[in-house]
Write a protein that binds this ligand. Structure first.
Ligand code: FRU
Length: 503
């Protein structure tokens, strides 16, 4: 089929969104966007969708409403990249234009079929009138097939609906398929759902051809432990274990874990490929900052497991400050995953290192009070800071790094070694809203020695603690002129700082 034939078959709704994004996308300059975090071509973005390798490029789709910077009927935006850092927008891939998805094409995934075509699986949403006059969403799973630019929805959609579910499984909360191919060539997918008591669960389905799907079993059940509905699951083998990622809604904090309302949960355990049973061994938060949700992972061509999340929090979408730029929502850095000592570790994708320029290195700097270091500033930077007590001095009470700083604004990372607590605080980042601006987490350190790698990209900070043992992510809409960085100690510390500009 020629591309023009495919395009002729796309709907008016999709065609209009493509015209719109082409016209309005041009009005947003490069400088008004993050430099190496994907942002929507225009309008609103939430979850990453369909992260896959196809046609010699990484493809990343996303939940998209092109016409406004607020959530609306979901389309799928589309972008491609060779390094997961530099992205080119492509035309919108899906629009809500069929009877079974007229109220939204929700999250889903993609893979390459054995005949070379690209398969998208997504959740179709229809709002159905209820007896009480209100509306309830009906969610089903749908397919579209394409060539990496244009997609045709499958004529037998939906391929999974209420009738495929065992009794008690919700038809209202049944969304976000994640696909993979087994070594025998058959397909699997997992989908978020709720059991009869309203608690989240992840359902497993199988298919021999990617088109006809059958229910297999409950892969994992919440039993009302971690929030309620479990959204956006992902499941993969990593360093000898199996990892289930899911993003629960409405979580209760437990100690220093799960403070984000809606956040991302990591369950580590074992998976029996014969019986397809997953046995959990441990759980942890995936991100200890404020903004991270609904990640998807990919196995790169060279075998690295890389994760990208939506760098936003549903509860703080009103944290816009002066951010009126025609786009809202951005993806996190791609993060390489590994398991160490039973915990999930994350490090910035190594391709970031090839963007480093202008190295500035300060070694063995004594800080008591506040210092500014020559050459250490910027809003697109990769900076590693190691802090330790100054030799011969008592353990310091607090060490803080302020960034995105000028006379009016700053955001900080503050560490109190006596409590082993690291805090991110963006109260003074320019926000005018009474929303969550702080988050604390427990970190490991040896007698006050801590390592932080901080990545800034215009509108965000991602802090990697102790070589990836924990990550804290937050968006900040502080004006770009605020590019100062300072180091503050209550007590006396000794620090090493290495900083690169990212370009
Ligand atoms: C998660 C989510 C998904 C859903 C999508 C809708 O952020 O709620 O469960 O598919 O967003 O945009």
């Amino acid at each position: 089929m020629k591309r023009s034939d495919v395009f002729d078959m796309t709907s008016q709704t999709l065609w209009e969104s493509r015209k719109y994004e082409e016209a309005f996308g041009k009005t947003i300059s490069k400088e008004e966007r993050p430099a190496f975090h994907l942002s929507p071509r225009t309008g609103w973005m939430n979850d990453p969708n369909g992260l896959c390798w196809y046609g010699g490029k990484y493809h990343l789709f996303y939940q998209y409403y092109p016409y406004d910077t607020h959530w609306g009927p979901m389309h799928w935006g589309h972008a491609v990249s060779r390094d997961l850092l530099h992205w080119t927008h492509l035309p919108a891939a899906l629009a809500p234009d069929e009877v079974y998805d007229r109220d939204g094409c929700f999250s889903g995934n993609a893979l390459k079929l054995s005949d070379g075509r690209q398969l998208l699986m997504y959740t179709g949403v229809v709002r159905e009138r209820q007896a009480n006059g209100g509306y309830a969403e009906i969610q089903t799973q749908c397919l579209a097939v394409g060539d990496g630019i244009d997609y045709i929805k499958y004529e037998k959609n939906p391929v999974l609906s209420e009738k495929d579910l065992p009794e008690g499984c919700s038809r209202h909360d049944f969304r976000d398929p994640k696909l993979w191919r087994e070594t025998d060539g058959t397909y699997r997918c997992i989908i978020g759902n709720r059991s009869a008591d309203g608690s989240g669960q992840i359902l497993l389905f199988s298919s021999t051809d990617g088109f006809q799907w059958h229910y297999k079993k409950v892969l994992a059940a919440n039993h009302n432990r971690f929030g309620k509905m479990w959204e956006c699951p992902d499941f993969f083998f990593l360093d000898g274990k199996w990892v289930l990622l899911t993003s629960p809604q409405d979580m209760m904090p437990s100690g220093f874990e799960y403070h984000n309302g809606n956040g991302t949960l990591c369950l580590i355990g074992n998976y029996d490929r014969e019986t397809e049973d997953f046995t959990e061994e441990s759980d942890q938060s995936v991100d200890y900052g404020i903004d991270f949700y609904a990640p998807q992972t990919i196995l790169t061509q060279d075998g690295r497991r890389v994760m990208i999340g939506w760098m936003q929090n549903w509860d703080t979408c009103s944290h816009r400050g002066t951010h009126e730029r025609g786009w809202f929502g951005q993806m996190s850095l791609p993060r390489e995953l590994s398991l160490k000592n039973g915990r999930l570790y994350q490090t910035p994708i190594r391709e970031l290192e090839s963007m480093r320029q202008n190295k500035v290195f300060h070694k063995n700097v004594t800080v008591a009070g506040q210092v500014v270091l020559e050459g250490i500033q910027g809003r697109k930077i990769d900076m590693e800071v190691t802090v330790r007590p100054e030799e011969g001095c008592d353990l310091y009470r607090k060490f803080a790094i302020r960034f995105a700083q000028n006379d009016q604004y700053h955001t900080s990372l503050g560490f109190r070694p006596h409590e082993s607590v690291l805090k991110i605080d963006r109260k003074f980042s320019g926000s005018r809203r009474a929303i969550i601006h702080q988050r604390r987490c427990k970190v490991n350190h040896q007698d006050g020695q801590l390592k932080l790698r901080i990545i800034l990209d215009r509108f965000s900070v991602e802090a990697f603690v102790n070589d990836g043992e924990q990550v804290l992510s937050a968006v900040l809409y502080t004006e770009q002129e605020a590019d100062g960085i300072s180091f503050i100690a209550d007590g006396t510390v000794n620090i090493d700082v290495v900083k690169y500009d990212l370009a």
